[in-house]
Design a protein around this ligand. Structure first.
Ligand code: COA
Length: 187
């Protein structure tokens, strides 16, 4: 089979699978994981109000609206949201890719959608988006964030060092644990 035919078959299977999933979700709502009905798409300015609400709920030192607006202006950034079928933003991810290196700048899931696999879904999306463009992916995380650290370990990231006093903290500063993922070698 030619590469083009293989591609067309893959596309057809994906479309049919999605249609099936939506059908089953309507007829047997309990048979489909709500996370599977969420879609990841590029973030838009119109998403900022919901994104900022999540940001402020999730972090003691949240990014300002200006920082998010800068993310739209920066050519090397790609900004993503995970959206429910009824248009609520469940979470978002900000990725920078330049000079063969990808950097996750922010990944954040609304408290009401946490622990449902949405963070993992967003992280895997960012990895697969970056894979053809970069050889390595990096991120930083606070040592006081064991849930996120667990997610990164499970997704194949490797701890590569510590940045002293990287983050602002209630009492002074907090270190950052640096993680890396090899995008060339499949996880
Ligand atoms: C960290 C975060 C992105 C995880 O997203 P999530 O949708 O809740 O995580 P998932 O449901 O996809 O969980 C995937 C894995 O992460 C780990 N994990 C996530 N949250 C956890 C928690 N609160 N406690 C322990 N482990 C946790 C688990 O290993 C989990 O796997 P499991 O479900 O098989 O146990 C989310 O909690 C969040 O947005 N936190 C606030 C913002 C933040 O800290 N971002 C990261 C900055 S570096």
């Amino acid at each position: 089979m030619t590469t083009m035919w293989k591609l067309l078959h893959k596309l057809k299977d994906a479309v049919i699978y999605d249609a099936d999933r939506e059908f089953y979700a309507k007829v047997f709502p309990d048979s489909v994981n709500p996370r599977d009905l969420m879609r990841i798409r590029k973030m838009d300015h119109a998403d900022l109000a919901q994104v900022l609400t999540i940001e402020q709920r999730n972090y003691e030192f949240p990014w300002s609206e200006g920082v998010f607006k800068d993310c739209f202006r920066t050519m090397t950034y790609s900004n993503w949201v995970c959206e429910t079928p009824d248009d609520a933003i469940a979470g978002y991810g900000i990725l920078s890719v330049a000079a063969g290196e990808a950097h996750i700048m922010n990944i954040s899931i609304s408290p009401r959608f946490q622990r449902q696999g949405v963070g993992r879904k967003m992280l895997i999306h960012l990895i697969e988006y970056a894979r053809p463009k970069a050889e390595k992916m990096f991120l930083e995380v606070r040592p006081s964030n064991p849930g996120a650290i667990d997610l990164y370990h499970k997704t194949g990231f490797r701890q590569m060092g510590v940045r002293k006093d990287y983050y602002p903290a209630k009492q002074g500063r907090e270190d950052a644990i640096m993680f890396e993922l090899d995008l060339v070698r499949r996880i």
